[in-house]
Design a binder for this molecule. Structure first.
Ligand code: SF4
Ligand code: SF4
Length: 421
């Protein structure tokens, strides 16, 4: 698409936005892949429409406030990226555009307070834990709250697992075959620490030393919300902390993995840019690492045959092109019949803070995904992202409830020869 974006006025991310716009030939192949276009049926709620709108804003032809409702309704699921024959870097464009727009936009007091609450708590495990505890006291009031706030309360877990203290290093069961560092991040550490425990058990059992350096949130939540200065600070903390003399830096949450792969983008033109690129190159999802490493001993059979649906997290499948690796690992477990979810390429509506910021669309997508999972006849569903797990659990809770597990949790359960439900 021809454009007149004033690239040099837009800082280090200006060329990123201009390149994405330029590559778009307006063909529309991305439209059927876009969940918001499928739900809302509006051109401006499609990837093609949003690329055009962002271009118009950057050129000064359309007011930012007119474009923002359409950009805000974008899930950031990047389902449009694999569908695009021209290689438009939609994910990079969206990250850069949201960072550009955030300081310029007007937000009312309620929006500002809501975002402060999210960004001041979720990325910090201890604060998040306390916020959940405090929030549970106010849960009875959720029916009286504005919709967005009520969703926040609805999402609070009934039960909070005990905080797990993780050692700095867990040695491999000999002989050692690899040495990795594990991202434990923020929200997952509070909501589902058993995922990290399973990851450590499976990695060490398969011969990998696991290092757990001091660390914090990967920054993906802040970047998704357009608050790039915070995302950069969090990224730099991890860049300084994670060693690079390891075989891989392992992530167990798709959102964190795709966020860390964007470190080079977030820190473009920054003194840590090269270090950010180096860490991003080392980063890989646990399913990719285990698939590449190969089993030392494949998992033994589950105690009985189980039909398992695999849900593709957008930030694994679309953002990291990781589709086959988790499936290969799960198929290697005897007694597992692996099922694909119909229309599995569509987002479940979780998308970072989207299920709180756009609750109606998120609920529509959540119900749609839950119905598709039920149609498979699966007894449980597995996925590789904590955000998807929370969203799916919410919509699969009605009887007959379907348990939602992380991929690595099911593999660990197989090694322990037990079922978890
Ligand atoms: S498929 Fe790609 S090139 Fe075609 S309209 Fe969509 S973003 Fe533009
Ligand atoms: S990121 Fe997802 S919601 Fe946004 S335009 Fe692309 S496919 Fe649509």
């Amino acid at each position: 698409m021809q454009h007149q974006i004033p690239v040099s006025d837009l800082g280090p991310l200006g060329p990123v936005m201009a390149e994405a716009v330029q590559k778009c030939v307006h063909c529309g192949f991305c439209l059927p892949a876009c969940p918001t276009y499928q739900v809302l049926g509006e051109e401006m709620d499609s990837p093609r429409g949003r690329v055009f709108l962002m271009k118009e804003v950057l050129e000064g032809r359309v007011a930012l406030d007119e474009a923002l409702p359409y950009v805000d309704r974008c899930l950031g699921c990047v389902g449009c990226v694999p569908a695009c024959p021209s290689g438009v870097g939609y994910g990079e464009l969206l990250t850069a555009f949201r960072a550009h727009a955030e300081p310029l936009r007007a937000r009312n007091v309620a929006e500002r307070w809501f975002r402060w609450l999210i960004l001041a708590t979720l990325p910090y495990p201890w604060r998040f834990r306390w916020a959940i505890r405090m929030g549970r006291w106010g849960k009875a009031l959720s029916g009286w709250l504005p919709r967005r706030m009520a969703v926040l309360w609805e999402l609070l877990p009934e039960r909070l697992p005990r905080a797990a203290r993780l050692p700095a290093i867990v040695p491999a069961e000999p002989p050692r075959r690899a040495r990795v560092a594990l991202l434990v991040g923020c929200a997952q550490r509070v909501l589902a620490p058993e995922i990290h425990e399973s990851a450590i058990r499976v990695l060490t059992r398969n011969g990998a030393d696991v290092l757990i350096p001091p660390q914090g949130c990967c920054g993906a939540l802040a970047a998704h919300a357009g608050v790039l200065p915070l995302a950069r600070r969090l990224a730099v903390r991890n860049i300084k902390s994670f060693p690079l003399d390891v075989d891989a830096v392992i992530t167990t949450a798709a959102g964190c993995g795709s966020g860390m792969h964007e470190y080079g983008l977030w820190l473009r033109g920054h003194e840590y840019e090269q270090a950010a690129v180096d860490l991003a190159r080392k980063t890989c999802d646990i399913s990719v690492f285990l698939d590449r490493l190969g089993w030392r001993q494949p998992p033994p059979p589950l105690p009985r045959p189980v039909r398992v649906a695999y849900h593709d997290a957008c930030h694994l499948a679309h953002a990291q092109n990781v589709r086959q690796e988790p499936r290969r690992l799960l198929r290697a477990i005897p007694n597992v019949t692996l099922l694909d979810v119909p229309d599995g390429e569509f987002c479940c509506g979780s998308a970072g803070t989207y299920n709180m910021e756009q609750p109606e669309i998120a609920q529509h997508l959540g119900r749609q995904k839950a119905a598709a999972i039920r149609r498979t006849g699966a007894e449980c569903v597995v996925t590789g992202n904590i955000g998807c797990m929370v969203q799916l659990a919410r919509f699969l809770a009605e009887p007959p409830a379907i348990p939602v597990l992380h991929t690595i949790t099911l593999i660990d359960a197989a090694y322990q020869e037990k079922l978890l439900w």
